[in-house]
Design a protein around this ligand. Sequence first.
Ligand code: GDP
Length: 296
Amino acid sequence: MFDSLSERLSGIFDKLTRRGALSEADVNEAMREVRRALIEADVALDVVRSFTDKVRSRAVGAEVIRSVTPGQMVVKIVHDQLVEMLGSEAETIDLNAPAPVPIMMVGLQGSGKTTTTAKIARRLKERDKRKVLIASLDVRRPAAQEQLRVLGEQNGIDSLPIVAGQSPTDIATRALQAARLGGYDVVILDTAGRTHIDEPLMVEMADIKAIAKPHEILLVADSLTGQDAVNLARSFDERVGITGIVLTRTDGDGRGGAALSMRAVTGKPIKLLGTGEKSDALEDFHPGRIANRILG
Ligand code: GDP
């Protein structure tokens, strides 16, 4: 991710750091180029504007221009501003609630929801030593429940037995009950998606939320859809309320616009990145490390 942006920025900053002294005009010129690079990376326009404004106002301060290494100071300011834009602190899944902690997965069809449900379950089991139950509430797509069951089996995760003819809220009730009775620490509910947001989907999500009272509601969004993913997160948050985002297919995303804009536009943290099809292809989202990666 961020390969093209990273390359562009390093070109811009090389020019800057090679100079001994910087003028305000140099900084302005560099910021114009940074702005173009961010727009090409598909970062939301408002986010680009506020980012470059903040960097410019800090960089043209007398101290930076007069400092011994003004170019490096500008790079440092860009780094700090990137970290701030990405949310500053790494946020992870919050399990700080009475067991079984319900986690609800939401998102559009094909975004990687089911795969991500299995990935998270596996990570909670292996890394955090939690006993995890997974349940598919997707009664729309015929093979969805079976898909999750198979993924569970492949990863040694228990899944709720499939009962034909139940509604999503019935399954949610049964999953919570099974999790309580079975002494599970976490129960992950994988909900149905649609090709786009519509009223029935939002009503279904609200109904499940009312019953499951999830501690986390994680939106799974496809990184490759760029600003659509950001708009999707905003819509889901307005209608259902989300606690975090998992961005999938970041392994195929050379631009990274969704990752860069998500926090600033929605106010919600990216908690995890999907980095491949395999069940262990899941990474934490560390703003500091991402900024380092972007600035090379
Ligand atoms: P759902 O409809 O939202 O449940 O989507 P699925 O979990 O069935 O995923 C759809 C496709 O995306 C599958 O082929 C997954 O293997 C693939 N997929 C999911 N996450 C990732 C990811 O992070 N990277 C890549 N390359 N593929 C992914």
